[in-house]
Design a protein around this ligand. Sequence first.
Ligand code: PEP
Length: 259
Amino acid sequence: SAARTPLMAGNWKMNLNHVEAVHLLQKLSWTLQDKKHDFERVEVAVLPPFTDIRSVQTLVDGDRMKIKYGAQDVSTRDAGAYTGEISAAMLTKLGCTYVLTGHSERRQYHNETDEIVNAKTAKALEAGLVPIMCVGEGLEIRKADGHVEHCLGQIDAGLAGLKQDDVRKVVIAYEPVWAIGTGEVATPEDAQEVIAAIRGRIEETISPSVADSVRILYGGSVKMASASGIMAQPDVDGCLVGGASLQVDEFAGICRYLD
Ligand code: PEP
């Protein structure tokens, strides 16, 4: 739908110290400012490691960049004796717009369950952040043709108990685990199949109007060359980009998939 502004979000993962982060962001901003229409067509966001967010904030504020930013994770707790955790309020204070919840690397390496993802998504919303909630199946499930059912289960559990107006704000990212960091991008049809099913599920369980407004991204080895084909699918509202977001020309090319 034309009402859904496409979002291109770069997940830097555990890369770039604050000096490197400033350098990359400055280059990205210069590149995208070449063409006035860039930010009229898409929203662009970067998701740096926590330790870079302050530097990113300083640069974005100082240069009035239109690039938005956010974090890669958030605590399920508000404050207190939770050593090493970062709260949603702390991220809001740093000017974050977005936060990833349920990225497959968190699910895999930190045993994040659907319940934890649900709690993080709720905490983010409570603090005024926009969660980018990730779902996606592994290769075994895909081979057994269980991918749609698996992702819908993660959607139901991840959004459980949220108010309708909160779900409207959530961004969902469909990221098949077998396509993340592997160079194996899903076909546009694969992405559309699952993303349309997710939108259908939200229509059923929440409301048609929420389903029509919620943005659903594809993620998994997206590059400049594959972005336009994926974005041409009617239900795909943007991309969550890992590896290619560390290369300015690739990421800018993805943001300019219409050119
Ligand atoms: C990701 O980490 O969200 C991702 C999609 O990574 P990549 O683009 O490198 O596959």
